[in-house]
Design a protein around this ligand. Sequence first.
Ligand code: PXP
Length: 241
Amino acid sequence: MATKLSVNINKIATIRNSRGGNNPNVLQVAIDCQRFGAEGITVHPRPDERHIRYADVREIKSIITTEFNIEGNPMEDKFVDLVLEVKPHQVTLVPDYPTQLTSNHGWDTIVQAKYLQDIISVFKKDRIRVSLFVDPIEKMVSAAAATGTDRVELYTEDYARLFHQNKSMAIRNYLLAAQIAKEKNLGLNAGHDLDLNNLKFFANNIPSLLEVSIGHALISDALYFGLENTIQLYRRQLIAR
Ligand code: PXP
C-alpha cells in the first residue's frame, strides 16, 4: 500500500497572518490540497497561534474529506480541549515548547511513560487515533508501545541532514526503528524536513510507512511548480517504488 501524503498547511497560515487579512485563504487551501490529491491535512496549532489558529482548526474540520491530523503538545490544556472538541482522525503528540521555532525532538517515552499513558487514554476514549513523535532510537520506539499509542511518527530531521552525505548512513537508525515498530505492532508515520530529493529513498526503504506529513518544503516547492503539480510530484515519490 502506498504511503499517504498529509499536507501540513501551517505555512499558509503564516503567510496569511503576516498581513492580517484572509489571503491566502487557509480553508480554501485545505479544500484544494485534497482536490489536488493530498490524502490528509495536517495542522499544528501553537499556544500563541502564530500560524494555524484554533478557529482555523475548527473550520477545517468541516471541509475534511480525507484525513485530519492535528499535531501539538498535550501539556497545553487548550490543545487537549481543542482536539477533543474537533475529533480529528489522528492526533500527533509532540513535546515542543511554546517558543520553539519548530519541533526539534521526540518524546522520552521511558521517562514520560506514565504521563503519556494517561493522556493517550483520554484521546483513545474518544476514538481518536494517537501517534507519538519520536526520535529514531530503538528503545524510544520500544517504550512507545507500552504507552498505548497506535502509531509513532519518526522525526526525520537527522535523516534529511545526512541524506546528501551518505544515504545508507542516513536511513540506518530509521530502518532499525521501523523494525521495532513492526515487532511491537505500532503503525509508522514520519515527518520533518522531508522533500522532493529525500522522500523517495525513505519511502522505498521503509515500506511499512503509513503516512508522511510534509509542510515546509512542499509549500516552498509550490511557489515554483504550483500547488497542484507539487502535490502530484510528492505523491509520485510515494507511489512509484
Ligand atoms: N511532523 C511534526 C511533528 C512537525 O512538527 C512538523 C513541522 O510542523 C512536521 C512533521 C512537518 O515538517 P516540515 O514542515 O519540515 O515538512
